[in-house]
Design a protein. Structure first.
Length: 174
C-alpha cells in the first residue's frame, strides 16, 4: 500500500497523515483521558516530538497512518492500518479525537470508507479489528460495518480497575 491515500466518504475525507497533521490539537486528543479511555495510549504522555516519532515509524513500511477530516477540512481523528503482506490481511484501528464529532456518524463513515477501499484491493483478502468489550461505541461501529466476531480474549485488559475482554472481529473480501 504505497503512495499517498486520498479517500472521500459522505461525511469525511481520509488522507495520509503527514507532518503538517502533527499539531497541538492532535497531541491534545492523545492526552485527553476521555478520548483514550479504551486505548493503551492512556498509559503514555504525548508531545509533538513523540507524535513525530510515531509518524516516522510508518515511513518505508507497508502500514498506513491516516488523517480523518470533516468535509470542511477540520481534523477530527485518525486511523491506522497494519498490514501483514504475506497473509493478505490488514488490522485497522480508529480514533475520533474531536469529541464534538462523537455520535455524529463521522467514525462510521471513515471506517466504512477505509474498509471498502481495503477490501476492494486485490492484495487484501481480510480486514481485522479488535476492541474492548466495554467500548460500546466501537462495538456498534464494527458490527454495523459487517465485521463478524472471531474470538475473545477473556479478561485481557484492565479498565477502571476491572478486567475486560478484548473482542476480535474480521471481514473477508468478497
Amino acid at each position: 500500500m504505497s503512495g499517498a491515500v486520498h479517500l472521500r466518504g459522505n461525511r469525511v475525507r481520509i488522507d495520509s497523515f503527514t507532518l503538517a497533521d502533527v499539531s497541538p490539537t492532535y497531541v491534545g486528543w492523545l492526552n485527553d483521558p476521555e478520548v483514550v479511555r479504551f486505548s493503551n495510549q492512556r498509559f503514555r504522555s504525548h508531545d509533538l516530538e513523540s507524535c513525530r516519532a510515531y509518524l516516522a515509524s510508518f515511513v518505508d513500511s507497508t502500514n498506513l497512518f491516516l488523517s480523518i477530516k470533516a468535509l470542511n477540512g477540520r481534523a477530527i481523528g485518525t486511523m491506522t492500518a497494519y498490514r501483514a503482506v504475506p497473509h493478505g490481511t490488514v488490522d485497522v484501528g480508529i480514533m475520533i479525537g474531536d469529541r464534538a464529532c462523537w455520535g455524529g456518524g463521522y467514525g462510521q463513515d471513515a471506517w466504512d470508507t477505509v474498509l471498502a477501499w481495503l477490501l476492494g484491493r486485490p492484495d487484501i483478502r481480510k480486514v481485522t479489528a479488535g476492541t474492548l468489550a466495554c467500548n460500546r461505541g466501537m462495538l456498534r461501529l464494527i458490527e454495523r460495518s459487517g465485521m463478524v466476531l472471531e474470538g475473545t480474549r477473556r479478561a485481557q485488559e484492565i479498565v477502571d480497575g476491572a478486567p475486560q475482554d478484548v473482542v476480535l472481529f474480521g471481514k473477508f473480501a468478497t
